[in-house]
Design a protein around this ligand. Structure first.
Ligand code: HEM
Length: 354
């Protein structure tokens, strides 16, 4: 894939297909005052610009620790990393006197009916999404950014994501075995659905465990009816190819594609729901084994939209109680505002906003 330029009016890396490896992390900002917060955002900007552009790290001091962890060798390769920075509603509380600057639609992620949220895996003052083709690239970047911002922010939670290569073709698969990301909006409507007027975007992160042992005991046809697509090809149940459009109008009672299927509830393609579409960027996660010996894996669901209530929440509300909820369990995440892009080297994240 062509690297996305770092500077620009929007954090355009959102528009790239998910990379093979990513880290999604949220931070608590501990800067003492507004000035320190600005310093933190400046530092974050400079490091992100360097890490994406690549090059030789600053020269070593005589006796201090090296300026770079060395994980990627003596030079940071160019164009291998993408960085996305967002801010949570909690950054706009009284601490920094920013209450009047909060993006209009930003609020803490609510608890939805099927959620089993763990507080330590929720929310944050700042979000970071790092993506690259290799796992060491994103880890190197996380280590560099946390080191450079030490004293200004600390990690609240962090999860590693990965995608599958085409298996055997088309969109990558999630850990339920289904292609995930097929029906995403495309240009030109994409721009209208994703960006706010100031070049930001509302970012939703949902950490959703999949109860895979339980899922693996369900028949294929039941699985496919829960999603609304064929598992092998990713085609809608009334189609032949992954990219075929489902024809709901010809199936009003859901004989072929059940009305309760995930994709039909998520996007019923009825008049008035067009503007509710979201840009999904889901990746898989694996956290090992839980204390009961069950595999702990699932989806790091992220999506982008210009209107949280009118898009993500409208979709999420329709999905409440869907059959798939028996096989998945949301345990974390948060709402963030992806800041407008860093326009040039003099600019920094959040300059116009904060
Ligand atoms: C579509 C899986 C959570 C919104 C799909 C598809 C799959 C899938 C397999 C069909 C392929 C595609 O178009 O990408 C899952 C799984 C989830 C999950 C396993 C949880 C673990 C969510 C959540 C939302 C969501 C939380 C938003 C609230 C959508 C939308 C579509 C979709 C909007 C596209 C529907 C269309 O336009 O036809 N999902 N999803 N999904 N999902 Fe999910």
């Amino acid at each position: 894939p062509v690297p996305v330029p770092f500077h620009g009016p929007r954090q355009a890396a959102v528009l790239a297909e998910p990379a093979r490896h990513s880290i999604v992390a949220a931070f608590d900002v501990v800067a003492q005052n507004r000035e320190e917060l600005t310093g933190l955002l400046r530092e974050l900007t400079d490091r992100a610009a360097f890490l994406t552009a690549g090059g030789a790290p600053a020269a070593l001091g005589i006796s201090g620790p090296p300026s770079d962890s060395g994980v990627l060798g003596p030079e940071v390769p160019a164009g291998e990393l993408a960085v996305l920075v967002g801010v949570g509603a909690s950054l706009f509380d009284d601490r920094y006197g920013l209450a009047g600057r909060k993006p209009a639609g930003l609020k803490p992620m609510p608890v939805f009916p099927d959620d089993a949220l763990e507080p330590g895996w929720c929310h944050g003052d700042l979000s970071l999404v790092l993506s690259a083709a290799e796992p060491d690239t994103v880890l190197h970047a996380l280590r560099d950014l946390t080191r450079a911002t030490r004293g200004g922010m600390q990690v609240r939670w962090k999860i590693d994501g990965f995608t599958s290569p085409p298996r055997p073709a088309g969109t990558p698969r999630n850990l339920l075995g289904f292609k995930d990301g097929t029906a995403n909006p495309r240009p030109p409507e994409l721009d209208r659905l994703v960006w706010t007027d100031d070049g930001g975007s509302y970012q939703v992160v949902r950490l959703i465990r999949m109860l895979v042992e339980f899922w693996d005991r369900v028949s294929l046809s039941e699985q496919e009816n829960m999603i609304g697509r064929r598992r092998d090809t990713g085609a809608p149940l009334d189609g032949a190819d992954e990219q075929d459009e489902p024809r709901y109008a010809e199936d009003p009672v859901g004989t072929v594609i059940p009305l309760t299927s995930h994709m039909r509830l998520a996007n019923p393609r009825t008049p008035g729901t067009d503007g509710e579409r979201i840009l999904r960027r889901a990746v898989n996660y694996d956290r090992g084994v839980d204390t009961n010996g069950n595999l702990d894996m699932g989806l790091v669901f992220t999506c982008y939209q210009r209107d949280l209530a009118g898009q993500f929440e409208a979709v999420q509300k329709r999905l409440e109680g869907e059959p798939l909820t028996d096989y998945v369990s949301p345990f974390g995440g948060g709402y963030f505002y992806l800041l407008p892009g860093v326009t040039d080297p003099a600019d920094h994240y959040g300059r116009a906003l904060l």
